[in-house]
Design a protein around this ligand. Sequence first.
Ligand code: ATP
Ligand code: MG
Length: 504
Amino acid sequence: MGMDASTRNIGAHLRQRLESYAGKPIVYEYGRVVSTGDGIVRIDGLSHSRNGELIAFDGGLYGMAMDLELGKVGAVLLNGINEMRVDSRARSTGRVVEVPVGEALLGRVIDPLGIPLDGLPLHVETYRAIEQPAPTILDRQNVNEPLQTGLLAIDSMIPIGKGQRELIIGDRQTGKTTVAMDCILNQRGKEVLCVYVAIGQKISTVSKLYEQLRAASAMDYTVLVVATASDCAAMQYIAPYAGCAIAEAFMHQGRDVLIVYDDLSKHAVAYRAMSLLLKRSPGREAYPGDVFYLHSRLLERAAHLSDALGGGSMTALPIVETMAGDISAYIPTNVISITDGQIYLETELFHAGVRPAVNVGLSVSRVGGAAQRQAMRKVAGSLRLTLAQYRELQIFAQFGSDIDPATKKLLDYGDRLTETLKQHQHSPLSLSEQVGLLLAVTGGALGEIPIKSVRAFNAELLKHLNGVCRIPLGEIERTGLLSDGGRAAIEKAIADCVRRFKAV
Ligand code: ATP
Ligand code: MG
């Protein structure tokens, strides 16, 4: 019977982990496999197994206990789906699934058990069980520090705080992954570690992503946890918990961590497949009854810890894919109700060239202004409202021929604001750059720039500000405050730039 490499790898890894607990007297209980198929095994004779416990089978195969009945256990296989045979011997191990944690993981690509996928050796001492209780209320403090995404549309109108859970939701190919990636890229030099969990994606997509992160030197502070579409359902199921445990360990060291789950729709599908094979009764959309708990227990682990616990934080960006914009489907509504807000990306906006394709009306951050620097609050105060009015007027303006001057003015302003909010992928903006761009558009300086030149002008303006306004920009970065002096200096530079831009 030939065993494939991954089956052997996983088997060897788990055996080694279990052997590291030697020295403690253990009484083993043995059982017998009575049926196997599609990665699910039923075992007779194990009466003391616990939920989530690792089960070792003959021949280096391992599984995880999922269903406990009297004297019977239903388990999902972590390796060797095609090698499992009826009548194999099964042994409960007394251990749960664990992942390696710590500094050594930065820059690495691992599977949900911590086995390296990048071909390099991994030396770690510390392991952590992938399932953990969430921090209690007393363990936490308010979310009050911004997590800069570097995306103007998000930082100005849907600000995210450290320790918050913000959902990124939208149809396929609307730039969801790109938003999360840009956010990771923007953490360079910001003392925020990142964990990106890829669930059920194609291997080629993940390796492209890895290359992008590496090219941008973002792997220095990032861990990739990968269970691809070709991995078994059990691996896809445990992937986000494994990533979360890794992030959690950093958080408990007092560090700030950003974790991306890409995506939880595929995670739910993997769990549904497992549950149906375990013959659990299907509910709405054939998901099992506990699919809400699947994601709530994961996302509850994001937190901003109290100072007594070191003050670290875990910010979670789960991603959910919708079908035809239907955010009232089962998984989307569940995750919306668990998170502290959502960034809603829209196909129509995406195809109209508004990228990132954020629908500001349907997006919200329940932490809001508390997680914004004063400088940003000062210039972004009324953006959401203005943009909403603009979108409404735009619809009417399509029909009306004679538009009164006040409406015309708002439409012109909205057009320029929309142009300003467009942003290329992988080009995050710093806080002070964002403040500069917003001062220009809200101050009306763009009024004299033709719409099709707005993006070119903004690029020019950023260059100009980074040259002549280094001191006020630096002040914003350092203090988060926009002083009257700084504002005056930036506004003067903007006016100069408009004059120069019009002259050429
Ligand atoms: P999927 O549903 O396949 O996971 P997705 O919603 O994650 O897709 P992305 O993969 O992030 O979408 O983006 C889709 C495509 O759009 C990519 O080719 C990406 O390069 C491009 N794209 C995304 N955002 C931008 C942007 N701001 N500017 C230019 N191109 C973008
Ligand atoms: Mg994607």
